[in-house]
Design a protein around this ligand. Structure first.
Ligand code: 5RP
Length: 230
């Protein structure tokens, strides 16, 4: 997974993460996303498990969220045990007015998409900087290492500019939790997220791309600690 600092304190992220955690009730199986915003959700759920007798099972989306959930004291289960989740909560890198989102800044979007698609309700938590009228950030594309060159060519044919994501030390590619590479593909403004999503999915060797079209509710945390729910 991409090495990112998830400990930076952010009032906006905390507000969004904690507000969304209030939708979680005892008895639920909860998909736990990856990243610095949903980390606040995970910590808050752990607090409620310890202090308020909240009884939940978490299904994690990465080794990072697994570590956080274990530290927080949230009992975990697998997707095989619970293929239908009650709710999933996760962050996003960008989200537009129609709730199409780009995810995968932490290289965890494949498992995040599987977990969120398994949930009856998918909540995204974000600070205001993530919102945009249209998507225009590079799309993370997880690829089988064997298929990297073909996928780069096909993304260029689609008008994108793909770049292999490098580890922070720039001593090699980022390796996902699934053992694959990530290409960040810049398409400029994405006018048709559904169309691009289908085109990317049809390239042999693409494991999963970071365009999400399954967001039900967006929790936007603001600097004053308030939260707007869309
Ligand atoms: C990981 C993700 C994250 O949810 C996304 O990058 C947002 O992270 P953060 O909350 O740290 O800004 O998609 O693959």
């Amino acid at each position: 997974m991409t090495e990112r600092n998830i400990s930076t304190d952010s009032p906006e992220k905390r507000a969004a993460g904690i507000a969304a955690s209030r939708m979680v009730e005892s008895g639920m199986v909860v998909g736990l996303g990856t990243g610095s915003t949903v980390a606040y959700t995970i910590k808050e759920l752990g607090r409620r498990v310890r202090e308020e007798e909240l009884e939940i099972l978490g299904v994690v989306t990465s080794y990072q969220s697994e570590t956080l959930a274990i530290e927080a004291g949230i009992p975990l289960a697998t997707l095989s045990q619970h293929p239908e989740l009650d709710i999933a909560i996760d962050g996003a890198d960008q989200i537009d007015s129609k709730l199409y989102a780009i995810k995968g800044g932490g290289a965890a979007h494949t498992r995040e998409k599987i977990v969120s698609t398994s949930a009856r309700r998918f909540l995204v938590v974000a600070d205001e900087s993530k919102t945009s009228t249209q998507l225009d950030k590079p799309v993370p594309v997880e690829v089988l290492p064997f298929a990297k060159t073909l996928v780069i060519k096909k993304i260029k044919d689609l008008g994108g500019k793909p770049e292999l994501r490098l580890a922070l030390r720039k001593d090699g590619p980022v390796i996902t939790d699934n053992g694959n590479f990530v290409l960040d593909a810049d398409f400029g403004v994405i006018n048709d997220p559904e169309g691009l999503a289908l085109q990317l999915s049809s390239i042999p060797g693409v494991v999963e791309h970071g365009i999400f079209s399954n967001v039900d509710d967006l929790y936007i945390g603001k600097k004053d600690g308030s939260v707007k729910i869309v």
